[in-house]
Design a protein around this ligand. Structure first.
Ligand SMILES: C=CC1=C(C)c2cc3[nH]c(cc4nc(cc5[nH]c(cc1n2)c(C)c5CCC(=O)O)C(CCC(=O)O)=C4C)c(C)c3C=C
Ligand SMILES: [Fe+2]
Length: 387
């Protein structure tokens, strides 16, 4: 079989507070994260948003020890996966390719080339597919492959999403059961799945299958858990002014409080490692929301991290991928049906919803310019030195 590599893809996170600004810039400079139709505007906008967000984001990272644990946990997962595959008689080297921070995907590919891998399994550490996560990493890899003819010598296969993988579902069910079993009355607890949100337009305009995969995954986990508890699915981590998938986690917690729910068991559903959105957003911010809503028993299920069943899930995925016909990066978008991955290449002229949103934004900028001129007596052209 030759040398086999497994490339684990993830988002990446700042290792220390000084990394937060550049990390955010990389994130917002990605057209799969901020889908704007004009390529030239992407980097100035990324600079503007990241500069404005850095302080708030740094404050949040400070609350979890000054940086993201994502790199450390992903390295532990990569090591555990290598060991597990070795036990099964399958020698592999594992590589970590982060999208927005070290070790970058480009660094992983350089190592894969240096090690002369003959076969490669590309495995995103996101159970469900979204244009903004796995989609973005696949798009980057497609570009890297196009630019480097030597890479065509590597026989690779992609795993687009894997939220139905049985050992993953068992790992999630086991983690939830562990938390429920700590409660005096486990059946009374309300199980609250909190998924990372995406803007609604991703699903409704760009055809992102993310919401459907999250919903199906949630119900498969509940079937695997096989307990009588009530459950809710909501979406967290909204950024910016546009509408994201609903219900929002904050609103859903308040609604449950108003209904008299006393025990809440929160399950992070789109992440496989602890990171800022579990450790800060759920454990600190949503706990406070719950407390105000009268829910005093707030529990959070751990992310899979290196749970043995989860590592088994990853190794089963790799073993199956090596046995199956290979799936190429270019085939993923076809497989995920009508997904429009490239906003700047798929802009449609006419009165589409996207055009309406952009008309609104441009009108708002014009209005702000008018107010500035009324207050200062000088127009925008004065400020940029043209007049
Ligand atoms: C499935 C998981 C994720 C989806 C979907 C996703 C979409 C998405 N995220 C943002 C904006 C931000 N994400 C940030 C950090 C972050 N997001 C994910 C996962 C998903 N994002 C991870 C694993 C991380 C890293 C966390 C860490 O520990 O460092 C951040 C930075 C943190 C902050 O300032 O809040 C932002 C911003 C958008 C806009 C988006 C969909 C379009
Ligand atoms: Fe995110």
């Amino acid at each position: 079989m030759g040398r086999v590599g497994v490339l684990l893809l993830n988002l990446g996170g700042p290792d220390q507070l000084e990394d937060v600004g550049p990390f955010l810039f990389n994130l917002f400079a990605d057209p799969e994260i901020i889908r704007i139709p004009f390529k030239w505007l992407q980097r100035p906008l990324a600079w503007f948003i990241s500069t404005r967000r850095t302080k708030t984001s740094q404050d949040n990272y400070r609350q979890i020890g000054g940086g993201s644990p994502l790199r450390r946990i992903t390295e532990e997962q990569a090591y555990a996966l290598k060991q597990r595959l070795q036990e099964l008689g399958q020698e592999v080297e594992t590589y970590i390719g982060m999208r927005y921070w070290h070790p970058f995907t480009e660094e992983a590919i350089a190592r894969i080339k240096r090690d002369r891998c003959d076969r490669l399994v590309i495995l995103p550490l996101y159970p469900q597919f979204s244009i903004s996560t796995s989609g973005s990493s696949f798009r980057l890899l497609q570009r890297i492959w196009l630019e480097d003819p030597k890479l065509s010598q590597i026989e690779y296969t992609v795993i687009p999403s894997w939220y139905k993988q049985p050992a993953y579902l068992q790992a999630m069910a086991d983690l939830i059961a562990q938390e429920l079993n700590k409660l005096p009355n486990p059946d009374k607890a309300h199980i609250f799945f909190s998924a990372h949100g995406v803007p609604r337009s991703y699903v409704e305009e760009a055809g992102d299958p993310y919401q459907q995969e999250i919903e199906e995954c949630t119900s498969l986990i509940m079937q695997t858990l096989n307990r009588p508890n009530d459950y809710t699915l909501a979406y967290q981590s909204r950024v910016g002014p546009v509408e994201w998938l609903q219900p929002y986690t904050e609103d859903a917690i308040q609604a449950l409080g108003a209904q008299g729910v006393e025990d809440l068991v929160v399950v992070p559903i789109s992440f496989v490692s602890e990171h800022i959105e579990t450790l800060q957003e759920i454990d600190i911010e949503y706990r406070e929301v719950a407390e105000h809503a009268g829910i005093h028993n707030f529990h959070r299920v751990a992310a899979p991290n290196t749970h043995p069943l989860f590592i088994q899930a990853l190794s089963d995925l790799v073993v199956d991928a090596l046995k199956s016909p290979s799936l190429k990066l270019s085939q993923v978008t076809q497989l995920k049906k009508k997904v429009k991955m490239y906003p700047q290449e798929s802009w449609q002229w006419g009165m589409t919803t996207t055009a309406e949103v952009w008309n609104g934004r441009i009108a708002m900028l014009g209005f702000i310019a008018l107010v500035i001129e009324l207050i200062t007596g000088k127009g925008l052209l004065h400020f940029v030195g043209i007049l």
